[in-house]
Design a protein around this ligand. Structure first.
Ligand code: GDD
Ligand code: MG
Length: 410
């Protein structure tokens, strides 16, 4: 791949945020120049083999999930975490059948589990991590909650890199690019604590029966503005470096995933920045993680070549996401009164000037015994299945489904 070098890097305490980099060629010809870095495909492949891609899914069209799964490069392990409904019709069964069929045809390693499986909730309880559980020890709704499940499975498999791809993407080819872009970011990283966040070149919309190639959405524009304002107000120098505040499409090293805390639902992505600012930002005293602070935390922001076309989920959904993002920003410890007053102004319409609530924060997962967690799922969870690379019959194949299938054929 040929990718622009970042023109500038903002250093905020131990957090290094690189300016946006454009993909110049997905497949390059090994002609580097001072403004661009050439990354050989073998280097990208090395990363892909140590990479798990998590696909969170909730009631999406099966055709979309199918395209996404088929687009993820073979060398990666895919982890599907579903929160889809299970009756009238059973979406999860369709997803699982799709996964099984795809594995039969391709032999790519793929895992799948349902977020509401009681045995999954119990495995979290057993691990002493009840931060994403409801009172009845079932995992809550929420995209972040699904992502944490996936991250623990990736850790259990010993993966060094973890990435995310939404299941509602209409362009499979763009999903392939996202994964390659993540890998390229990791090839450039100097710190073992790094993260790659994607900025879509365009997010096309239909306007007056024509495609309009829009660049910014309202939520991301607002989130970025206030994340930048926190830094500007703190350093006294204005910056616009953050352009990926809401990047659902992102990836991180397992080492970084181990030490971050996570905010619930859709606020997980902006909270990455808030968490890093609070723990490693400029002027933070009592840094607890000196290893990471010494190595520095590196954030890459890569602009994709492909546009992003996904499902439109309505105004209430957008407002909810905006509120979640700004709530986490409002409660950032580095936020001063000025920034808080600006956030309140922004939320005026939605909150009627009430103070935003604190989002629920889930602590780091680094200390959890991930292999034990996965073993428990393999032996107990009805919805869990692991289809290994090159294996015709999967190890964690769920007995209930097999029984169900054999009873149909009897
Ligand atoms: N497992 C699980 N559990 N998955 C979920 C849940 C859940 O409770 N809720 C949603 N998902 C899945 C969706 O099916 C989809 O694949 C993905 O998570 C993203 O959800 P969307 O509802 O499509 O969100 P969006 O497209 O509006 O927002 C996306 O892009 C934003 C901007 O980049 C999300 O990725 C946001 O987190 C992101 O900020
Ligand atoms: Mg979407």
């Amino acid at each position: 791949m040929l990718i622009e070098m970042p023109r500038h890097t903002e250093i905020f305490g131990s957090v290094k945020i690189h300016e946006m980099q454009r993909v110049l060629k997905i497949d390059s010809g090994r002609f580097a120049n001072p403004r661009a870095k050439d990354i050989p495909f073998e280097d990208i492949k090395d990363i892909l083999r140590r990479f798990a891609i998590i696909v969170p899914v909730k009631d999406e069209k099966i055709h979309l999930l199918d395209g996404v799964l088929r687009a993820i490069p073979f060398d990666c392990t895919v982890i599907v975490v579903s929160n889809s409904k299970r009756e009238g019709p059973d979406f999860y069964k369709m997803e699982r059948d799709l996964v099984r069929h795809l594995h039969d045809l391709t032999q790519q390693e793929i895992l799948i589990v349902h977020q509401k499986d009681p045995d999954l909730g119990f495995a979290f309880y057993d691990a002493g991590y009840d931060h994403l559980l409801r009172r009845d020890t079932i995992v809550r709704d929420g995209k972040a909650e699904g992502m944490i499940i996936g991250m623990l499975l990736a850790k259990a498999l010993g993966k060094d890199y973890i990435g995310f791809a939404d299941a509602d993407n209409y362009i499979p080819g763009s999903v392939r690019e996202y994964v390659i872009d993540y890998a390229a970011g990791f090839c450039m990283a100097e710190s073992p604590y790094s993260m790659v966040r994607l900025h879509w070149r365009y997010k096309p919309k239909v306007v007056e029966a024509k495609l309009y190639f829009q660049k910014w959405g309202r939520v991301s524009e607002t989130t970025n503005k206030y994340l930048n304002l926190i830094m500007s107000a703190h350093t006294g120098f204005e910056t616009g470096i953050v352009i990926t505040g809401n990047a659902g499409e992102h990836a991180l090293t397992t080492k970084l995933a181990d030490i971050l805390s996570y905010s619930t639902g859709y606020s997980i992505e902006p909270y990455h920045f808030v968490c890093l600012f609070d723990r490693f930002g400029l002027g933070v005293k009592n840094i607890t993680d000196t290893d990471a602070a010494n190595a520095g935390i590196e954030i890459f922001q890569i602009e994709t070549l492909n546009p992003h076309i996904h499902e439109e989920k309505g105004k209430a959904h957008i407002n909810n996401m905006l509120l979640g993002s700004l709530q986490t920003i409002y409660h950032c410890e580095l936020c001063n009164d000025y920034v808080r007053s600006k956030v309140l102004e922004e939320l005026g319409d939605i909150l009627e000037w009430e103070e935003p609530k604190k989002s629920l924060i889930m602590p780091p997962i680094g200390e959890l015994d991930a292999p034990r967690f996965m073993k428990m799922l393999e032996s107990t969870a009805e919805t869990f299945a692991r289809f290994e690379q090159g294996a015709i019959v999967s190890e964690g194949e769920d007995k209930a489904y097999l029984k169900e299938e054999s009873s149909h054929t009897e």
